[in-house]
Design a protein around this ligand. Structure first.
Ligand code: GLN
Length: 447
């Protein structure tokens, strides 16, 4: 109830929600009270949470921040959400994001941007900007985001919260609207590392409904939070500490490195030589997969259907022309081009080869160290409107997060400092495949 009041107060300023499910939340909270009184408690009983609007929620509008799904009611629950529900979580609503998770600022949403609670002239990051802002503005205790190229970690960094992208396959993608299927992962966004570990515990694990979810045992993430990092080897990738890093980010990194030294960790310089190819490689693979995934929005099976169309082709063309925003169209065109005959070998296939090289960089680095420490983003949150007209500038804000998705490994962003004008700066810890315990342990000792 306190949360719903809080949402009502700050929502006009922040704009984190697309849909608020207040009535249902109140009824669920009453039920949770009864269960607590009866001593029948699950790990999330009565905990108020919210979800990025990319997660299917049965009977509740699920838009993916697109006009094309503006009135779409999801027919079933995403697995990650149904696991949270089973453990007693109470849903407050669905959160804003970039349209189809394509963006780094929450500005491509068809429902208008979300604002950064630390400074409403700034973006909250993206694409899971609503999920990060809702945590920072205390509108929910925990949220879920998705991360294809940094969409959990970058907004967590900009809003001063914790966000974890698990290893590809750790969490089921069933019921999550697909952007780029070989990169998308679901993950928790929370105030601190302990909550993050707890939520990951609930959502992680094999799901027969997602063939890419991996059938390996889920460790006890809470038990990993020992506060101990003495003797841990932390790699500092040379390619991530570049000239021109924002001074506030540089300062936060210097302090973090000093802190880990104090805690007894060993800091080791490493190299990830193919880093500079990651952004180009990502924007070929992600757009190619997106162009294929988004073909299903044809005005017939899902969502917006154009009126007065002259035949089938015209119906599809008009529905897509009206339903998709300009960034989504740009990506569909790029991806279709990269996949078309004659260009496939030159672009898509080449990008897949580069992806393997980037993967190998990490494999080599993890022979020397247990985890890597990098900035999450090159700058603190930028101003609303600052990069909308320059997609390339926007794409570069994910330069430090994208390689982790290409390699399919895990990464967490934790608050690491503040800029002189009061904006949070995040630190990224990157782990081996299924190394979530290690990065959670280090993040917890650091925070
Ligand atoms: N900003 C990146 C993109 O636009 C990453 C988005 C994401 O992780 N969903 O593709």
């Amino acid at each position: 109830r306190t949360m719903l009041e809080r949402i009502e107060t700050v929502e006009p300023l922040v704009g984190a929600f697309i849909t608020c499910t207040a009535d249902q939340a109140l009824a669920d909270a009453d039920l949770a009270d009864q269960r607590i009184a009866a001593g029948d408690c699950a790990p999330l009983t009565g905990i108020p949470v919210a979800l990025k609007d990319i997660f299917m929620t049965a009977g509740i509008r699920t838009t993916c921040a697109s006009r094309i799904l503006e009135n779409f009611i999801a027919p079933y629950d995403a697995t990650a959400w149904s696991r949270m529900k089973e453990q007693g979580a109470v849903l407050l609503g669905k959160l804003n994001q970039d349209e189809f998770a394509m963006g780094s600022s929450c500005e491509t949403s068809a429902f208008g941007p979300t604002r950064n609670p630390w400074n409403s002239a700034c973006i909250p990051g993206g694409s899971s900007g609503g999920s990060a802002a809702a945590i920072a503005a205390r509108q929910a205790v925990a949220t879920l985001g998705t991360d294809t190229g940094g969409s959990i970690r970058q907004p967590a960094s900009h809003c001063g919260c914790v966000g974890l992208k698990p290893t590809y396959g750790r969490v089921s993608r069933y019921g999550v609207i697909a952007y780029a299927s070989s990169l998308d992962q679901v993950g928790p966004m929370t105030r601190d590392v302990r909550d993050c570990a707890l939520l990951l515990q609930v959502i992680a694990g094999h799901d027969p409904k997602d063939s890419t979810s991996v059938d390996t045992p889920v460790p006890d993430y809470g038990a990993a939070l020992t506060g101990e990092v003495a003797g841990m080897k932390i790699g500092l990738p040379r390619e991530y500490f570049i000239e021109g890093l924002d001074p506030a980010v540089q300062q936060a990194m210097d302090q973090a490195i000093a802190r880990f030294r104090e805690l007894g960790a060993e800091l080791v310089p490493v190299s990830l030589p193919h880093t500079s190819y990651a952004v180009a490689c990502y924007y070929l693979i992600a757009t190619a997969e997106a162009s294929s995934n988004l073909a299903r929005y044809d005005g017939i099976r899902f969502g917006h259907r154009a009126q007065n169309a002259a035949g089938l082709i015209d119906l599809m063309m008009q529905s897509r022309a009206h339903g998709f925003g300009s960034e989504v169209k740009r990506r569909i065109m790029l991806g279709t081009y990269a996949l078309s005959s004659g260009y496939y070998d030159a672009y898509y296939l080449k990008a897949q080869k580069v992806r393997s090289l980037i993967q190998q960089d990490f494999t080599e680095a993890f022979k020397q160290v247990d985890l890597l420490l990098t900035p999450t983003a090159p700058t603190p949150a930028f101003r609303l409107g600052e990069k909308v007209s320059d997609p390339l500038q926007m794409y570069l804000s994910d330069i430090f997060t994208i390689p982790v998705n290409l390699a399919g490994i895990c990464g967490i962003s934790v608050p690491a400092g503040m800029s002189s004008d009061g904006l949070p700066v995040g630190l990224q810890l990157v782990g081996r495949p299924f190394g979530e315990e290690t990065i959670l342990r280090a993040a917890h000792a650091f925070e």
